[in-house]
Design a protein around this ligand. Structure first.
Ligand code: ZN
Length: 249
């Protein structure tokens, strides 16, 4: 699927980049997900119309501004312990915790034909992720439980984690993250029968404001048969950890 083609002038191109259409058949046994087309079908994270900086420029600009924030707070930026914090924060934003704002960071996903004739529910529980509350820029620590009913296509189990983690690496509200993950999985797997439940601790609730020590937030997005079939819905909820079993942190 990632055959390298050597051209006459010595350039190597990936054969899959040469093909134009998404979710296109790349063989009779599967297809590769077209990321721009997929993300266009998922509810967006609010983004401005400003041109995007390349990652290195973005890091420089964020570091400069973060340095100013620290100075306004009265911190001594010449102190050994603090002097490189602006660059650390900038790198963390761009390369790590907000990496999901760049579509080039979406995982490479190849979906393969279901040759096993598997036609029951598949549930993956306790997918851990870290995200960031967009209201306070503080961590959200969560677990996602995802399920789908195979409609002829399957993907490697680790890809469920990768999809969850991609959308988690954005400034988020839990509700939007839940819907984005469900919509993406539905498009990738070409089925409406998808369920996503997220349990999360919001450190902005724990460490500031009401300073609640124990609350967790559960969100869900059920579609297709998971929404319309009460028995399936019940089976799904019976398969995932219940509120008393939550172990987020
Ligand atoms: Zn918050």
């Amino acid at each position: 699927m990632h055959d390298t083609v050597r051209t006459g002038n010595g350039l190597e191109i990936h054969a899959n980049l040469a093909a134009k259409k998404s979710n296109r058949q790349i063989s009779s046994n599967g297809y590769e997900v077209d990321v721009p087309e997929l993300l266009a079908q998922v509810i967006p994270t609010p983004m401005s119309d400003r041109p995007r900086m390349d990652p290195e420029t973005a890091k420089m600009e964020i570091a400069r501004r973060h340095r100013e924030i620290m100075e306004i707070l009265g911190l001594d930026l010449t102190d050994d312990s603090l002097s490189e914090t602006p660059e650390r924060v900038a790198k963390m934003y761009v390369d790590e915790i907000f990496g999901g704002l760049r579509e080039e960071n979406f995982p490479k996903i190849t979906v393969v034909e279901n040759k096993m004739s598997y036609d029951e529910m598949l549930v993956e529980i306790d997918i851990t992720f870290n995200s960031t509350c967009e209201h306070h820029f503080l961590p959200i620590l969560g677990r996602a439980h995802v399920a789908y009913i195979c409609k002829g296509w399957v993907l490697g189990l680790s890809k469920f984690n990768r999809v969850v983690q991609y959308f988690a690496k954005r400034p988020q509200v839990q509700e939007r993250a839940t819907v984005q993950i469900a919509q993406a999985l539905s498009k990738i797997l070409r089925t409406d029968d998808v369920a996503v439940v997220i349990d999360a601790v919001h450190t902005c609730v724990r460490t500031r404001g009401v300073q609640d020590e124990s609350s967790l937030t559960r969100t869900s997005k059920l579609s297709g048969a998971f929404q319309s079939n009460p028995a399936l819905r019940a089976e799904f909820y019976a398969s995932i950890p219940g509120p008393s079993q939550l172990k987020v942190v």
